[in-house]
Write a protein that binds this ligand. Structure first.
Ligand code: SF4
Length: 224
């Protein structure tokens, strides 16, 4: 059976977050997310509307963020990555919430072509992907959609990247780590929206807990 993925956009840039910060990367953004984070900066990926379905060439020519998406097979995705002339050898599958679908065939196809793969997920859906794939889990606790963070997702994560603005967010993270007995996974705190207070709180908390800081480098240098 041909696997089809719903793609909002492709772009090549520098990964600006977490352990792979600085890595040239090809981002593949999947459409669809029911988690409902109030501060989400990709709200245009939330809904999968049939009326917004477009063909691949239209999707590649989008000039601004939009709810439009294309249904593409793995062969079509690989062909696009080749045709676009992308140079990066690292694939980041993001969303939306990419773990609403089985990512194993897509990640495996790229890995067989010599790419490394990474996914960025909220941890609210079962993570089904290749063994080699690097999983960045950004746990979204108590969001409007009412989804819980799954124990299996916490165990699979290669890194935990937590957006924070208040002490409450840090307490949520500490409770989550305790509940799931996470002790060795690298933790990254990411200040929400580059706010000064959030950044100061993140720095202080990282030093106190020997965690790491993730500052969304791409936003500071003005790239996507
Ligand atoms: S999980 Fe990600 S895409 Fe979904 S609402 Fe939250 S921040 Fe946005």
């Amino acid at each position: 059976m041909t696997v089809i993925y719903k793609i909002n956009e492709f772009f090549e840039t520098i990964q600006g977050e977490g352990a792979f910060t600085g890595q040239p990367s090809i981002f593949i953004r999947l459409q669809g997310c029911p988690v409902g984070c109030a501060w989400c900066d990709t709200k245009h990926t939330w809904e999968i509307k049939e009326s917004k379905k477009i063909i691949a060439t239209q999707m590649l020519n989008k000039l601004q963020e939009s709810e439009q998406w294309s249904a593409l097979s793995i062969d079509e995705i690989m062909a696009i990555v080749n045709q676009q002339g992308f140079q990066a050898k690292h694939i980041v599958i993001t969303g939306g919430e990419p773990c609403m679908v089985d990512l194993t065939p897509l990640c495996t196809a790229f890995e067989q072509q010599g790419y490394s793969t990474q996914i960025e997920t909220s941890g609210t859906f079962e993570i089904v992907t290749s063994k080699k794939c690097w999983v960045t889990l950004s746990p979204k606790v108590n969001m409007k959609g009412g989804y819980k963070i799954l124990a299996s997702a916490m165990q699979r994560a290669n890194e935990i990247k937590h957006p924070i603005a208040t002490e409450q967010h840090i307490n949520d993270l500490k409770r989550l780590l305790k509940d799931h007995q996470i002790t060795d996974t690298p933790i990254y705190l990411q200040p929400i929206s580059q706010k000064k207070r959030a950044t100061a709180l993140a720095i202080k908390t990282c030093i106190a807990n020997n965690w790491r800081l993730s500052v969304q480098v791409h936003k500071y240098i003005g790239i996507e």
